[in-house]
Ligand binder design. Sequence first.
Ligand code: NAP
Length: 232
Amino acid sequence: MLGGTTESRRLVAADVGHGWISSVAGRTRQARAGGEGVRVGGFGGVAGLVDYLRAEGIGAVVNATHPFAATMTAHAFEACRQAGTPLVRLLRPGWADHPLAESWTWVDSHAEAARALKDAHRPLLTVGRQPLPHYRALPRAVARVAEHPGGVWPDGWEFIEAVGPFALDSERELLGAVDALVSKDAGGSDAKLVAAAEHGVPVVMIRRPELPDGSVVVADQGGVLAWLDALA
Ligand code: NAP
């Protein structure tokens, strides 16, 4: 299980029938704490993952990483191809078909999103911690992150350290105090998007990275278990 997401944790907890090994990158304190059946840290690129799959005799790989974990997704695809290990991508549905989708400004990159914020006085950034350097030129921003990125940020920046899912009421309060929202097309709870629409806050939405050609994709836990059954 390539994890680091709510889906991956839920699936492994719910399915005791398979001998899961969960792998996390170890970006957060919670992830670094590890736990039973959890390995922490990168594999060392494609070659490292191929070695790992062979050494551990891994029978199948479920890539349940975040929809924007593009490097891990590409590495898993290539490593499983080389090792001959079956691979499935668990990818929750995105928001491209959301009823509000046409009201958002869709962009392909964080650089483009940052440019789209030129008229915002207090934008809310919900893009995670790693892409924040792309937004550094903004004099003011509210960045919601699981953990503070450290380092020095412009005086007008505020950080909210919090982990979702977030309730609609608290999203309403937060969105009422900003004048733009940047989000990745992560899928999952749309509370912040509903709250933004209620307050007339413009949304900049970053498109998902493309999947490797030939990826086998399922949308939920049931899809993974059916895929595993079919393998067996
Ligand atoms: P990424 O850019 O696709 O991956 C960068 C490198 O981190 C990979 O090449 C790999 O190192 C290592 N890595 C990533 N996921 C791993 C895993 N599950 N197990 C072991 N190594 C892993 O990924 P990211 O965007 O930095 O995300 C890192 C982790 O945070 C993922 O597990 C993801 O599910 C979780 N996460 C990401 C986001 C997001 O917005 N991107 C949001 C929530 C959670 P090697 O090349 O050395 O193997």
